[in-house]
Design a protein. Structure first.
Length: 216
């Protein structure tokens, strides 16, 4: 038996989920409208899978925080997020919190139990829209790679040190003068290098330059 708990504040949708779990290999061991009730009971009933809504408008605690709190006491708990929210911030926050599967409510397959079975066996089912967001997050645009390659060796040194949090003056004290190796470069020279870096990377400031560098 695959034991499933539901945390969903829409009564009609929650009832539909419960009906879908009326299958020989599944058991609905808990169904909760609010996060507070789920937090109190899920650690005791120890389900194999928790179906989690993110909105939970009737709770003081949202779905992501509910997952986080449950993970603290049930670190191996598996969460399948089933929600209307597909915005990037919610998606990645949920995945980082511990969601192992993410299905949009408007993209639910006819046989939900097939998705739950796949998840229980170690799969990571996701709606196509969510999977595309995850893939895109790892994609580095070719233009960014090309712009980084345009940096001179010294500019790459400066950018590397900027990414480690060093100030212009500190960087100047660390880099030797190419024309006089026994001397260090001036702080103003570092600023010139930084300005050229921003131009080549087509960014406006240090933070944007570092983001491009770290995502290379």
């Amino acid at each position: 038996m695959i034991r499933v708990a539901i945390v969903e504040d829409d009564p009609e949708f929650r009832e539909w989920l419960e009906s879908e779990l009326e299958a020989p290999e599944f058991e609905c061991v808990g169904s909760f409208e609010v996060a507070e009730a789920a937090l109190a009971q899920i650690p005791q009933i120890n389900p194999d899978i928790v179906i989690m809504d993110l909105g939970l408008e009737h709770s003081d605690i949202g779905g992501i925080e509910c997952m986080l709190r449950l993970k603290l006491v049930c670190p191996n708990q598996k969460f399948l997020v089933m929600t209307s929210h597909g915005d990037d911030e919610r998606v990645f926050e949920a995945l980082k919190t511990g969601a192992g599967a993410y299905i949009l409510k408007n993209d639910i397959p006819r046989k939900l139990i097939d998705v739950l079975g796949e998840f229980h066996r170690g799969g990571a089912p996701m709606s196509a829209e969510i999977a595309q967001k995850v893939i895109a997050s790892f994609f580095k645009p070719a233009a960014d790679l090309i712009s980084l390659q345009q940096l001179s060796p010294r500019e790459k040194e400066v950018l590397n040190l900027l990414s480690k949090g060093y100030l212009y003056k500190e960087i100047a004290d660390m880099l030797p003068n190419e024309n006089a190796p026994d001397k260090k470069i001036a702080e103003g020279t570092v600023k010139i290098h930084a300005h050229k870096i921003y131009q080549k990377l087509q960014v406006n400031n240090r933070t944007e330059a570092i983001n491009k560098y770290l995502k290379r």
